[in-house]
Ligand binder design. Structure first.
Ligand code: GLN
Length: 188
């Protein structure tokens, strides 16, 4: 099984390492041909505005959207979740618009407000998580399942083969959320 990690900007390397620890082939995605033969793709954290600009410049925005619409499983963390969301409450545009949630960018404030906390995940219990200028999920559409919460707010959501997290699981030693994503990729 080969998993791509969008690598135009942000925490791609950390996701690649987590996936390799779990025994799957993990490759950076920088150009449209990198999307071929993937069983899933991770959209890492970073800066969503910069990521979108770079994605568009690399000619990746449209082929990525098409691959996701055709059912390629995706896991967006933090900025990656923002790229996937249908609505960004405090931003004039949205990007891929495939995950039926409304997110508020930078809901946890400035860089210095970043923190570590536990996310309560269905079937896994408490999972350690790092929040860095994290988005908050303010609305969840009818087809979206909330799989994990932090302070009773949604932190990990799933719609079909798309998984979105407000936090960074790749910055901890705990690989269970990545494992959950791989299970989703195996099913598709
Ligand atoms: N604040 C970033 C954004 O709006 C997301 C932060 C992150 O990915 N850690 O895109």
């Amino acid at each position: 099984m080969k998993i791509g990690v969008l690598a135009v900007q942000g925490a791609a390397r950390e996701h690649i390492l987590c996936l390799r620890k779990l025994g799957v082939e993990a490759v950076p995605v920088l150009r449209p041909p990198d999307l071929l033969d993937l069983s899933g793709i991770v959209l890492p954290g970073g800066e969503s505005t910069a990521q979108w600009r770079l994605l568009s410049r690399a000619g990746l925005a449209e082929p990525l959207k098409k691959a996701l619409e055709e059912g390629l499983p995706a896991f967006g963390t933090c900025a990656g979740l923002i790229l996937l969301a249908k609505e960004i409450t405090n931003w004039p545009e949205h990007y891929l618009g495939l995950l039926d949630v409304a997110v508020e960018r930078n809901a946890t404030g400035r860089q210095v407000d970043s923190f570590e906390a536990e996310v309560e995940v269905d079937g896994l219990g408490e999972v350690p998580a790092v929040f860095i200028r994290a988005p908050a999920i303010r609305r969840v559409g009818r087809g979206v399942e909330v799989l994990g919460t932090h302070d009773d707010e949604p932190a990990l959501v799933k719609q079909g083969a798309i998984l979105g997290a407000t936090f960074h699981p790749e910055l901890t030693e705990d690989l269970r959320v990545h494992e959950l994503f791989l299970n989703l990729c195996r099913k598709e």
